[in-house]
Design a protein around this ligand. Sequence first.
Ligand code: URA
Length: 246
Amino acid sequence: MSGRARLDRLLANLGYGSRREVQILAARGRVMLDGVVVRDGATHVGLGPDLPSRLTVDGAPVDPPAPLTLILHKPLGVVCSHKEAGRSVYELLPPRWRARSPALSTVGRLDADTSGLLLITDDGQLLHRIISPKAAVEKRYIATLARPLTGEEAAVFASGGLILEGETTPLAPARLTPRGPRTAELVITEGRYHQVRRMFAAVGNHVEALHRDRIGALVLAEDLAPGDYRVARVEDIAVVFGGARA
Ligand code: URA
């Protein structure tokens, strides 16, 4: 983000309240820009990633401006959509962030009973670039299975001919690497509904636990605990689209 924005519009878009509410906030002397109290909501503020080091509300750095992308370690038991019943990934973020405009959205979805790497962004173009079938961004899953691998799964998944139940278009080739008798890594480039679970169902198995640990070449950091997130840097986004595959 660059350019300039009116202070009241900027803070309202960051979820600090309505335009009127943030005007009052400023009038009360609770907003400072470059170390100086700004009481007028109509003041224009230069935008950029350094904004939080220049603009404070009640002495705290303002929230990161758009475009904002987060790297979240999704825990089990939370859903990725506002519409589904149950606790959502958005509840893991500061409550104010739910009122941001543009809104934050998950980049694709993980099932409630899948854990792992999830990107959340307010950058619609980036979101579409990542999920676009044309981009064929790799997603790596670790699946724990109910039954031992037969040894035939890798060829079936790599064939490019597997058609999931209820569908007519074959899946793009996917790469399976066994990790143990009942554990496998599976790298897919699509994001069809419950894809990994349905792929194993198609070969007569059942996924008991599922975890995603990589998107593109971006690997979930071991020090990011379930439920924790961090703000993605420009370099992290570049890694999603390229770099050495782990
Ligand atoms: N495939 C699934 O079956 N579930 C997920 O959450 C992601 C991929």
